[in-house]
Design a protein around this ligand. Structure first.
Ligand SMILES: Nc1nc2c(c(=O)[nH]1)N[C@H]1C(S)=C(S)[C@@H](COP(=O)(O)O)O[C@H]1N2
Ligand SMILES: [Mo]
Length: 196
């Protein structure tokens, strides 16, 4: 009799704990779904992707010479070729690999637009690369002008000898550990702001 009760209690306890853990899983999975909804594009048609593409990117904010950049104007600047560029997602998985692409250093663009610095100690700026879907990547002045990252942040206009598909220009940072986050397609503007 005693052992029977004991087994019964154990069974109830076990089923309760199962109940809780399945509830937890449920919660996690709903959280995941809303996160996916917020950050991922459920396979856009090429038509919809075209709507988000821009012919020009605007360089604006705290700059002396605001610019309107096009693929043609980038081609007139110092062009670099980047080979075997891998786009790595947040878990390090390879999302896409590009055999060869061409682009211009973000630093060269900012030098052309000339950041409004009062003196040499006026270095606390941040640079935002913004896309038409409002996806954004951010750099600091020091990363671009006083760090090897400056030699690795590009605005691309060509992939495998062809125009880029997801917008005419894309931003990348070659030396990021995960290259996905600062890979900005449908690029729309490069914005310079001073830290207040
Ligand atoms: N404009 C724009 N660029 C973006 C994104 C986005 O949602 N919008 N997603 C980023 C993320 S999270 C990653 S990992 C890479 C690759 O994303 P993909 O899986 O959409 O190709 O692009 C990045 N660039
Ligand atoms: Mo990502």
């Amino acid at each position: 009799m005693k052992t029977k009760n004991y087994i019964l209690v154990l069974l109830i306890a076990f089923s309760c704990s199962m109940c809780n853990s399945s509830k937890k899983e449920e919660k996690n999975s709903t959280e995941k779904t809303s996160e996916t909804k917020k950050h991922e594009h459920a396979t856009l048609s090429s038509e919809d992707s075209l709507k988000l593409a821009n012919h020009t990117i605007e360089v604006k904010g705290d700059v002396e010479f605001p610019l309107q950049l096009t693929v043609d104007s980038l081609k007139k600047m110092k062009v670099a070729t980047i080979d075997n560029f891998k786009i790595l997602g947040k878990n390090g998985e390879v999302k896409r690999e590009v055999k060869t692409c061409r682009g211009v250093l973000l630093r060269d663009i900012l030098e052309k637009a000339k950041i409004k610095q009062e003196d040499h100690k006026d270095r606390n700026f941040y640079i935002v690369e913004r896309a038409s879907d409002n996806y954004k990547a951010t750099y600091s002045w020091a990363e671009l002008f006083n760090n090897p990252t400056g030699d690795n942040a590009y605005i691309l206009f060509e992939e495998n000898g062809k125009p880029i598909k997801n917008g005419e220009m894309i931003a990348i940072c070659k030396n990021d550990v995960r290259t996905g986050p600062r890979h900005v397609y449908w690029l729309k503007s490069i914005e310079v702001y001073k830290v207040k």
